[in-house]
Design a protein around this ligand. Structure first.
Ligand code: NAD
Length: 488
């Protein structure tokens, strides 16, 4: 049974600049593929360099001349709250568009993504007037103030896995802090971004304050990062792209960047954990969005005494998942975003088995219109196995065993990544020791995953990123400080 008829979905066309949808003669039209069917469902206009130039200069003009940055912060917050209300009002169409074009099941977008986006926006709106500078301890005949002000135009570049949520991580704090934004969403999931931008204008946020240009990373994304009027770049995506963006920002600025990158997050399970509850948590943490989550708990590190029993329980949860298109009510294992990405998952799994991994279940690539990958559990003894080392971004869980706490913490630390980690134990001392030992930007104890507590910043250690999204830190990252000295 379906939630909606995908062919009835309205697809917004063009970029969103100057408060309206726009297309240009020198745009290049490229088909966008529906992950659930593997078929093209719409065409996307890739921007030319002139379009990027136009969008950035319009945003810069808006920042310099209109009232947004200089508006009373509470007034700015009012418009952001109105935007949140409009998003709620349009939730059914937004959810339909999001699930048609991405791997997000319709019911999950309604139950999770939309409330998350709205809540996140309200969180940042509430911060608009809750910051300030300070007065420095200068000479007595002088006043020294440190004040904060927006960067100007923020260049935001987002990935395909949670298109609306990733957008709001960037646009919410940037606008709340008084910046203008030029966003480039992933070319694979481009359409909800322009819908949200239109709702922002409908909510009273001035035109050009939030512009969206469509296109690929290497040309359009790069042009945004290179532009001299972009004051800061905020990016979420893979580690390789993050490094390329940082390099562009260094060469064409230098200008600052916030980078939210890849992960290979461990879930450490001790013999004293609540086994039933933890097995469900572990299974969900690798199969949610078919494992296409930056913080997927992709490495199970488990005490050897419970490995056999525990893995059977995880396998039982895996077996209950149902593949299907995102608009199908029974779907709990959505498609992989593209055939290419599904092939990549398959090849890492095969390579891992060739390197000695034991396949306990799954490992099957299924092409049924869209590409699907069966939930996979690989028992691995060699820490250098490619499935342990590489971010797979699919429903593939590796399992390694330990027999001492020290060994558990050593396995949990990853050479490359440090995005998140889970620790499951009833022993408080052990949990807190692990919390300190593990090099990761987020540690979850007896739970796994982000919550609606937007006060908690998210971001990676090591090659998982630089800087934070969400939390007060993300808001402050959209402001720069200025020192002011006044002689009496
Ligand atoms: P990606 O790096 O391929 O692309 C992300 C965005 O960057 C896209 O919009 C793309 O067009 C653009 N881009 C590509 N090359 C560019 C360049 N040279 N200059 C400017 N922009 C460029 O990532 P993806 O495949 O879309 O997303 C999956 C990745 O994102 C995974 O590695 C995942 O871990 C990561 N991710 C991280 C977080 C986090 O919070 N740390 C959250 C979600 C996703």
């Amino acid at each position: 049974m379906d939630w909606y008829n995908p062919s009835d979905t309205d697809i917004p066309k063009g970029h969103f600049i100057d408060g309206r949808f726009m297309s240009f003669n020198d745009d290049t039209s490229v088909d966008v593929i529906c992950p659930s069917t593997g078929q093209a469902y719409a065409a996307l206009n890739y921007a030319s360099p002139d379009t990027v130039e136009f969008a950035v200069s319009q945003a810069y003009q808006a920042y310099r001349t209109n009232s947004w940055a200089s508006m009373a912060p509470r007034e700015r917050a009012k418009y952001l709250f109105q935007w949140a209300e409009l998003i709620e009002k349009h939730q059914a169409s937004l959810a339909q568009l999001e699930s048609l074009g991405s791997s997000r099941p319709y019911h999950e977008v309604l139950q999770w993504d939309i409330p998350y986006v709205v809540d996140c926006l309200r969180f940042f709106a509430e911060l608009a007037d809750k910051h300030g500078g300070y007065v420095g301890a200068t000479q007595q005949d002088r006043l020294g103030m440190v004040i904060s002000q927006p960067y100007g135009v923020i260049g935001a570049i987002t990935p395909w896995n949670f298109p609306m949520s990733m957008l709001m991580w960037k646009v919410g704090p940037a606008l709340a802090a008084g910046n203008a934004v030029v966003l480039k969403p992933s070319e694979m999931t481009p359409f909800t971004s322009v819908y949200l931008a239109k709702l922002a204008v409908d909510a009273g946020i001035p035109a050009n304050q939030f512009n969206v240009v469509q296109g690929d990373g290497k040309t359009v994304g790069q042009a945004i990062c290179e532009h001299s009027l972009i004051g800061k770049v905020t990016f979420t995506g893979s580690t390789a792209t993050g490094a390329a963006i940082m390099s562009t920002c260094a060469l064409k600025g230098p200008k600052p960047s916030t980078l939210e990158l890849g992960g290979k997050s461990p879930q450490v399970v001790f013999a004293d954990a609540d086994i039933d509850k933890t097995a469900l948590t572990v299974a969900k943490a690798i199969t949610g969005n078919a494992g296409q989550v930056c913080v997927s708990g992709s490495r199970l590190i488990i005490h050897q005494d419970i490995a056999e029993t525990f893995s059977q329980k995880v396998l039982s949860h895996f077996s209950q998942l149902r593949m299907g298109p995102t608009w199908n009510k029974s779907t709990t294992l959505p498609p992989i975003i593209s055939a290419g990405q599904a092939q990549r998952i398959n090849s890492i799994v095969n390579q891992s088995i060739a390197q000695g991994a034991e396949r306990l279940c799954g490992g099957e690539l299924i092409n049924d219109g869209g590409s699907f990958f069966t939930p996979t559990l690989l028992a691995i003894t060699d820490n250098n196995n490619c499935a342990v080392q590489q971010e797979i971004f699919g429903p593939v869980l590796t399992m390694q065993t330990f027999d001492s706490d020290e060994q558990a913490w050593a396995l949990a630390s990853h050479e490359t990544y440090g995005l998140a980690a889970g620790i499951h134990t009833q022993n408080l001392q052990r949990a807190l020791t692990g919390m300190r030992q593990i090099e990761a930007g987020s540690v979850w104890i007896n739970r796994y995953g982000r919550s609606f507590d937007h006060i908690m910043p998210t971001g990676g250690f090591k090659q998982s990123g630089i800087g934070k999204d969400i939390g007060v830190e993300a808001f402050q990252a959209n402001l720069k400080t200025k020192s002011v000295l006044i002689d009496f």
